[in-house]
Design a protein around this ligand. Structure first.
Ligand code: UGA
Length: 429
């Protein structure tokens, strides 16, 4: 099938490239000419394992990029909206980019030639949007701008792609959810027919809610593990032993019960807050979801608390921060738990020596003046203490490197290290 993808961020690039891999002809659209050129040159605009090879295989053959909506949409049967849905200042979802994409799609569809004007075209929302958005915002804008209701179908098809594993997750999903009327859903389902996975067919609002419920539940598991972990810490119990045991209950599962410095990334914090915001608009105060966020905001401060229990005044002390990205295997620092930690260390007058295998350049934009080191070893040199903030595998093999510290004080926010000398403390164990 011929597919247009609007937005070449993380979701759009992965979705477009994977659809090409499944045999479809894909045109990616972005208003950013630099990104368009990058994709056409076979270079992914994001860091994602497996993507460079796939893009190279398909670019110029089954995949190309353009900044021209008409060129992409008028030559496609299905258009995916994969643009960003950032949080507004109050945590509620900011739909301005979704709105402008919908308007542009409507205008492009209005340009269809007389022979093509009765050809069925489906516009699919893949961006994470609060329940009701596809029907109440996207569809009306498409129609108001010329996308004819009779021949333009509207669907919602949320993504469940983990950064760092997105290509794998796209090709091996545990669920595919498509919301919309039967004709729109059938059309979108055809795009996935080579993937052996059951398709959940539903309406658009339910599809939208499934995405929020999915992320909110996973975020809840993490905050739950962190809360139990905080209690365990006070009791001298190892929360990892506790979670490993309860995870054996098939109703619970061991996944996403790693206690630590909390969750970051472009999805969990934003999506939970957006659902809280939408619930608030409807007059409902979501107690559990609020607590999930509150626990998550407290966890980085616990790292500081444990540190200052050991070194009361961190002024002019060198603190090594290992890990800047929001999780391992990505250069993405959005909502990284290391950001509030570094901010607090700087407020208290500490000297921060940071190391991350991939994310230093991105973090430099947030904290231009901290010391960026090119290895964990050099960050640790002469440090008065070390905070481990990200679950990078390489931190698991650190050992002798700690001997270069002025004093060995290691506070582990990700259960990466075990040390038999100096001071070693886990955040929740
Ligand atoms: C998350 C979901 O896992 C995807 O299914 C979803 O599609 C995606 O959001 C999205 O909405 O687009 P991602 O943000 O890439 O994916 O990251 P995760 O691997 O889920 O990790 C999120 C955060 O939780 C990280 O900061 C990680 O360190 C933390 N985490 C994860 C824990 O603290 N403990 C755990 O047990 C697991």
């Amino acid at each position: 099938m011929n597919v247009a993808i609007i937005g070449t961020g993380y979701v759009g690039t992965v979705t477009g490239t994977c659809f090409a891999e499944l045999g479809h002809n894909v045109v990616c659209v972005d208003v950013d000419a630099a990104k368009v050129d990058q994709i056409n040159a076979g270079i992914p605009p994001i860091h994602e394992p497996g993507l460079p090879a796939l893009l190279k295989t398909h670019v110029g053959k089954r995949l190309r990029a353009t900044d021209d909506y008409n060129d992409a949409i008028l030559n496609s049967e299905v258009t995916f909206i994969c643009v960003g849905t950032p949080s507004g200042d109050d945590g509620r979802i900011d739909l301005s980019i979704v709105r402008s994409a919908s308007t542009s799609i409507g205008k492009a569809l209005a340009e269809r030639s007389a022979d093509a004007s009765h050809t069925y075209h489906v516009v699919v929302v893949k961006s994470t949007v609060v329940p009701g958005t596809t029907d109440e915002v996207v569809a009306p804008l498409i129609r108001a701008n010329g996308g004819d209701a009779g021949v333009v179908g509207i669907a919602m098809n949320p993504e469940f792609l983990r950064e760092g594993k997105a290509v794998h997750d796209f090709m091996n999903p545990d669920k595919i959810v498509i919301g919309g009327d039967a004709r729109a859903v059938d059309t979108v389902a055809r795009l996935y027919e080579k993937i052996p996975c059951e398709i959940t067919r539903t309406d658009t609002r339910t599809a939208e809610m499934i995405k929020y419920a999915n992320n909110s539940f996973l975020a809840t598991k993490i905050s739950f593990a962190n809360e139990i972990g905080n209690i365990c810490k006070k009791l001298g119990i190892d929360v990892y032993e506790v979670m490993s045991a309860i995870g054996k209950d098939f109703r619970i599962s061991e996944q996403f019960l790693n206690a630590g410095a909390g969750f970051g990334g472009s999805c969990f914090p934003k999506d939970v807050k957006a659902l809280i915001g939408r619930a608030g608009e409807l007059g409902y105060d979501p107690l559990l979801l609020n607590a999930v966020i509150m626990i998550n905001e407290e966890q980085p401060m616990r790292m500081i608390e444990l540190l200052t229990n050991r070194i009361r005044d961190v002024r002019n002390r060198r603190i090594a921060v290992l890990g800047l990205s929001f999780k391992n295997d990505t250069d993405d620092i959005r909502e990284s738990r290391s950001i509030p930690v570094i901010r607090e260390l700087l407020n208290r007058g500490a000297t921060v020596a940071a190391y991350d295998p991939l994310a230093a350049e991105n973090m430099r934009e947030v904290f231009p003046d901290i010391l960026y080191c090119d290895s964990a070893k050099s960050a640790l040199e002469d440090a008065d203490a070390c905070l481990i903030m990200t679950e990078w595998a390489e931190f698991g093999s650190l050992d002798q490197e700690f001997d270069a510290m002025r004093e060995i004080v290691v506070i582990d926010g990700r259960r990466m290290v075990s040390l038999d000398r100096g001071v070693y403390e886990g955040i929740c164990w």
